[in-house]
Design a protein around this ligand. Structure first.
Ligand SMILES: Cc1cc2nc3c(=O)[nH]c(=O)nc-3n(C[C@H](O)[C@H](O)[C@H](O)COP(=O)(O)OP(=O)(O)OC[C@H]3O[C@@H](n4cnc5c(N)ncnc54)[C@H](O)[C@@H]3O)c2cc1C
Length: 419
């Protein structure tokens, strides 16, 4: 296939995947990757606590898109072409076996992100990609004949026929500046995947406790998620909170991260079932103290605090628990309200909500609808997933599609030139 020159800006997951795919598909194309930092794939290295959560064992394209608060619709067709099972196969066919954890997250068998980095660098080299670190791109100009001229921070200039922008999340507007200079609009960046700060003293006493399944919601917003919860020294974390933060990234930002959070600690039981549980306790162990006899599966320390928060005196026995206290206890168990006062980034994984506006990009080719021959991949786009390997999956998929499109388009261009 084709000739011509492709430049990829950004040496992260999306940039490498795009560069390798393009070079493998069109071996005559000269593919150059430019990274501004001294090292490649730095986020891959720190990802997943150093283990790299490469993807998620969710092998249905539609279902996969449900994990994307931004990009859900746009990713349907890309995932039909390259989804999690393709990622698994891509790495396995290159000697990297992935394993699934009980929650569906997939990691290299080695438990080391270096395995993924070594694989990508090796494959790039084998495919003939020329990759350079310490080559930040300062400016890109569109030349009259449709090519691009890049000016690097070191003053060097380079030309190419097709350009892939894979410069990562736009944590600041400046990070998306190359896309803007080529006519694109950025959806304003705000953080996604963060944990909640809560000052309530009794909650803080429970730091370290985890509950397998709670329902967390933000009253008045429609934000509601179910999953595992972790009590931390500063408030709440765990998958249910991270998911809520991802789906509510814009809404919670607009409230300056000050909002009420409601927790249902027993989401698998309805009100009648909880009443029945309380009756059972009263009948089966009337002489025992309420604070000491939790409803399963609540941890004993959490139960104790919920009982006290419901204003049940610590020396109350089940036989003495007044009907009115039943009501307060049920309220606490199903609708504990905590005031969230701020947020912290989740150290295991964080991403930016916002980036290049999706309707300005053709997701069949990842090509710009505004600037022909310009392609996009990865977190630079206004695409972000919940935690669990979905963000890398989006980077692999969009990189793969862009790489193919650039290879195919270059082939088409060179056919036109040689006619
Ligand atoms: C701590 C942490 C852990 C994470 N863990 C996971 C995980 O386990 N699983 C998961 O799915 N997701 C994880 N994520 C999210 C995931 O890392 C990102 O979504 C993914 O790396 C995005 O890839 P990318 O190639 O688009 O961008 P990046 O990885 O950010 O790469 C972009 C590259 O472009 C370079 N660049 C930018 N501007 C220029 C320029 N002008 N010239 C040249 N180069 C430039 C940057 O230096 C950077 O190296 C994690 C994120 C963090 C921060």
């Amino acid at each position: 296939m084709g000739s011509g020159r492709v430049i990829v800006i950004g040496g992260g997951a999306a940039g490498f995947f795009g560069a390798i795919t393009c070079a493998e598909t069109a071996p005559d194309t000269e593919v150059t990757l430019l990274e501004k930092g001294p090292r490649f794939l730095t986020k891959v290295l720190i990802s997943g606590g150093g283990r790299c959560n490469v993807t998620h064992a969710c092998f249905d394209a539609r279902e996969l898109t449900n994990r994307f608060p931004r990009g859900e619709q746009a990713l349907i067709s890309p995932f039909k072409r390259f989804q999690a099972s393709d990622t698994v196969e891509w790495f396995e066919s290159r000697g990297v076996k992935l394993k699934v954890e009980s929650d569906g997250r997939m990691f290299p068998n080695t438990n080391s992100s270096q395995t993924i980095i070594d694989c990508l660098l090796r494959e790039a080299k084998t495919a003939g990609v020329k990759f350079f670190a310490n080559r930040g791109v300062e400016k890109v100009a569109k030349l009259p004949e449709g090519r691009f001229e890049l000016t690097l921070l070191n003053g060097e200039t380079l030309n190419c026929d097709r350009l892939l922008l894979a410069t990562g999340g736009c944590r600041s507007a400046a990070a998306g500046q190359l896309a803007v200079s080529l006519g694109h609009t950025l959806e304003p960046p705000v953080p996604s995947l963060f944990t909640f700060h809560i000052q309530t003293p009794w909650l803080r006493q429970l730091a370290g406790i985890s509950v397998e399944s709670v329902e967390a919601s933000v009253p008045g917003t429609g934000l509601r998620e179910r999953g595992a919860l972790l009590v931390t020294h500063w408030g709440l974390s765990g998958p249910v909170i991270l998911r809520l933060s991802a789906w509510g990234a814009r809404e919670l930002h607009s409230r300056s991260y000050e909002f009420p959070l409601e927790l249902n600690w027993l989401p698998h039981l309805d009100a009648d079932a909880i009443v029945a549980e309380l009756q059972l306790h009263r009948q089966a162990q009337p002489a025992r103290l309420v604070v000491n006899t939790p409803i399963p599966p609540l941890p004993a320390r959490l139960w104790e605090q919920l009982v006290l928060a419901a204003r049940v005196a610590p020396d109350t026995r089940w036989s003495e628990l007044p009907r009115s206290a039943h009501h307060q206890l049920i309220q606490q168990l199903t609708r504990t309200e905590f005031p969230v006062t701020s947020k912290s980034l989740n150290k295991d994984e964080f991403v930016t909500c916002g980036g290049v506006r999706l309707r300005e990009v053709n997701f069949k080719t990842m090509e710009s609808r505004i600037c022909p021959r310009l392609h996009f991949a990865g977190e630079l786009l206004d695409v972000d997933g919940i935690t669990g390997g979905f963000n890398f999956q989006a980077a692999w998929t969009t990189g793969w599609i862009a790489g193919h499109a650039m290879a195919d388009d270059n082939a088409a261009d060179s056919n036109v030139r040689s006619r």
